[in-house]
Design a protein around this ligand. Sequence first.
Ligand code: PLP
Length: 380
Amino acid sequence: MAASQPFVEFKLERLLSTFENEVEINLSESGVQPLTMRELLEMKGGDTDAELAAVADTALNYPQANGALELREAIAAWYPGATAANVLVTVGAIQANFTSLLTVTDPGDAVVIMQPNYQQFWGLAQNLGRRMNTFSLRQHRGWALDQDELQDAVAPDTRFVAIVNPNNPTGRVLRTEERAAILSAVERTGAWLLSDEVYAGAERVSDEITATMYGDYDKVLAIGSTSKAYGLPGLRIGWVVGPPEVVARMWAWQDYITICTTTLGNKLATVALSPEVRPQIIARTRGYVRRGFETVARWAAGRDDVEVLPPEAAAICFLKYAKKINSTEFVMRLLREKDAFVAPGDLFGLDSHLRVSFGLPDDYVAEGLARIGALLDEVE
Ligand SMILES: Cc1ncc(COP(=O)(O)O)c(C=O)c1O
């Protein structure tokens, strides 16, 4: 982007950062109730006080810049055929996404993104001077992938296709034939496929972890994070799993951006991803997701002005409301008048929707929904 061109702000992230820590009821986040360090270390099953003391005695040095070897090995273990050489540890999935686009595309290249979506690539692609096209998940078809639109959007010159699976904000998980359609589109054009899989592990209706796209095609960059399915957003640990030469080039960008992540983040993420602890975290996450959506479903069933397609994964649903008010305006009123907060649909590319988070204690979710309902009752 030339300095003279208008900068496209990441409005969603800025809105969340501005209000999420000061509002009374916050249903704007997409992860579950965060774990404490004690809760995480308790899952190791040993002497938790000794574990905590060991953390207290950790020297706060720079960790290995591309991620501690044991963490990269722990991550690689969950991806078929991957080794530590396929993994770069990043400051959240957000940095993994950012450096992926920087590394495998050039200014002027065509990139294609799924909509509705976490809008990182939507703004980033424009700011980095990439040409952008989109394809949709269709609400009236239960958020199914519009395969015709996908085939039209992915052209011979497409260099990069970005999907989020399970999807934010809808919680939709791609079906086998939809995955196949995406793979055939990228294979046809030789484009890179970035598969943002940060919600894998937070399944509501299945006990299977959503399969990674890694291994399905040689130009896949699979993105993960401890922020969502693991309830550890404050660690700021994300990763990319991809071909070693691309991962190495991404690391070269990281040298300029953040150097590395943190020592404590590497240590604690290694615990979270271990074979003993990971299943416990996933069970906890799914517990929040499953209970939380029941609360939402009960509330929605009692109203005639909201409609929600049950999400298959993630602690969020994309709720459609039948009132004539812009979603950002609704959210600003919710903040001012009810001291509650959700994410507005227009910032995901679809107005008249609210993204509501429910992976939190039941009473808290119920109170937030009651406040949304009270405001809906007041608007036309
Ligand atoms: C799809 C998706 N990718 C990436 C991120 C960023 O997550 P992280 O905290 O790992 O940087 C988010 C956060 O909401 C997200 O929803």
